[in-house]
Design a protein around this ligand. Structure first.
Ligand SMILES: Nc1nc2c(ncn2[C@@H]2O[C@H](COP(=O)(O)OP(=O)(O)OP(=O)(O)O)[C@@H](O)[C@H]2O)c(=O)[nH]1
Ligand SMILES: [Mg+2]
Ligand SMILES: [Zn+2]
Length: 463
């Protein structure tokens, strides 16, 4: 079967948009080395003129290759990018708020949850590029000796988590590494026959918290520019780095983080900065509210959950697909109820955080998450905070992704509709083609991205 390419594709590293015919290939012959943007050790990039019958490009020394690279930044991306616009979910949060742990825990759990309970395949779009996240997952969840405490490294502004490119000769630009995952329905899913049409690409980045400080986004370190392309913004709020939470928790929690110096800045200031970057990049007025949804993820709930009496995160708000139910469901009501309670707690203890979020975003979900389910311990020998793999039990880390996916594509995951008193399964029994019009690759109109984009484009036309 011929595969359909997009008319314009987007590079997940530098967010340039170009036609598929402009895509470069990465030479595979060992002597084809040296790239003017990436350095002498990198394989040569080239615009192919010769192809094998199987569609692979042929490099200058005759070696076939299928690895592709962006014509602007020369960084590699998987073939899927030619067929699907990546669905960018931007993750923000100050240093040590838990971003790296959250991504590792969430991706690890999604790999199991989505096939098992939702009939959806969830895979690395490029195992090589995704390697750092997979390595973190392995360290936490597949440890050789689960009784041996482990740490994850702090994310650096430069180094392994970022790609160094000379977009301008002599000036190094650091671009964040994109983590791409592909999703598609499996045979047992009600829409398993529409696999190609219902394939999505999730794109995430693990920035260093320092990237979100005011002034940190510069032309040579445009590390958070993905915010302007994001469909969904996820921002971690870390109560353990707030003095008012620290006072309240001192009695109930022994988490060593309560006594560590607070890194970064006030978290409401970070939200204001985040919103300003999105507004500038999308051409919104300075005080306009952003229509795309914000998931304010209140991290490390293992430490502060006791502040919300009766908060139960031991079960997740899902109803799995089974022989009688052909699509997995998300319990929207339960998530809303939890969100209301978390918002109340924040409003009481850190009201300026709720105010900053609500001034900037039209729609906010307050979601408690714990990536470890347990406090780390301080390793005196190294000064590092470490966790025991055997005691890690994440809570609700997949909720923002599953919820976002259900809103993005009702053909993949459904919401339980308690008001109607029944599930929406019936809609899924028909072939997906019957509702072809509803398959637009965007959130519902009321999520606003479509109109926000339209406004931006007009602005460009007018100037
Ligand atoms: N109690 C508790 N601690 C956590 C949890 N998740 C992460 N931590 C701790 O928080 C610290 C920072 O976590 P990271 O994931 O490295 O934070 P980060 O946001 O990636 O930080 P930068 O890379 O500096 O931006 C680590 O020492 C973890 O042990 C959690 O769910 N509960
Ligand atoms: Mg990190
Ligand atoms: Zn690029």
């Amino acid at each position: 079967m011929r595969r359909r390419l997009l008319a314009r594709v987007m590079c997940p590293c530098c967010w340039a948009k170009f036609a598929p015919t402009e895509v470069l290939f990465i030479a595979s012959h060992p002597e084809e080395r040296g790239d003017e943007l990436l350095g002498p050790d990198e394989a040569k990039r080239f615009l192919p003129t010769r192809f094998t019958p199987a569609g692979e490009a042929i490099d200058a020394r005759g070696a076939p290759t299928s690895r592709m690279a962006c014509p602007r930044c020369h960084l590699p991306f998987p073939h899927d990018v030619l067929e699907r616009m990546p669905l960018i979910l931007s993750l923000a949060g100050m240093p040590a708020s838990g971003k790296t742990f959250f991504l590792a825990a969430a991706m690890w759990q999604l790999r199991q949850l989505l096939p098992r309970d939702f009939g959806i395949t969830f895979q690395d779009a490029d195992a090589l590029i995704n390697r750092p996240i997979a390595a973190n997952e392995e360290r936490l969840f597949l440890a050789d000796d689960p009784g041996n405490a482990v740490a994850l490294e702090k994310t650096e502004l430069e180094g392994g988590d970022a790609f160094a490119v000379q977009l301008t000769p002599g000036i190094t630009t650091f671009l964040p590494r994109p983590y791409l995952f592909s999703l598609r329905p499996r045979a047992e899913h009600a829409n398993g026959t529409a696999r190609d049409r219902l394939t999505y690409l999730f794109c995430l980045y693990d920035n260093a918290g320092e990237h979100f400080l005011p002034g940190a986004d510069t032309p040579t370190a445009p590390g958070t520019r993905h915010l302007s392309e994001a469909r969904v913004v996820l921002c971690l709020f870390d109560p353990l780095q707030d003095v008012r939470f620290r006072e309240r928790l001192r009695q109930s929690s022994r988490d060593p983080q309560l006594d560590m110096p607070i890194r970064g800045m006030r978290q409401d200031t970070m939200l204001v900065e985040l919103a300003n970057r999105i507004r500038t990049a999308t051409g919104l007025a300075p005080h306009a509210r952003i229509k795309r949804p914000l998931f304010l993820l209140v991290s490390k709930s293992d430490a502060w959950g006791s502040l919300v009496p009766g908060l139960d995160l031991t079960t997740e708000p899902y109803q799995p697909l089974n022989p009688g139910r052909k699509v997995g469901h998300v319990d929207r009501d339960r998530i809303s109820q939890v969100s209301v309670r978390i918002r109340e707690m924040l409003r009481e203890i850190a009201p300026e955080v709720v105010a900053a979020a609500e001034d900037a975003f039209e729609r906010i979900f307050f979601i408690p998450v714990s990536s470890t389910g347990t406090a780390p311990m301080l390793d005196k020998a190294t000064g590092l905070l470490k966790v025991l793999p055997s005691s890690i039990h994440p809570h609700w880390v997949t909720v923002p992704f599953v919820y976002a996916l259900a809103r993005y594509s009702k053909h993949l995951i459904a919401f339980t509709d308690s008001k109607a008193g029944q599930s929406a399964d019936q809609r899924f029994d028909g072939a997906v083609g019957e509702e072809a019009g509803a398959l637009s690759p965007a959130f519902d109109d009321d999520d606003g991205l479509t109109s926000e984009r339209a406004g931006r484009e007009e602005l460009h036309h007018g100037s």
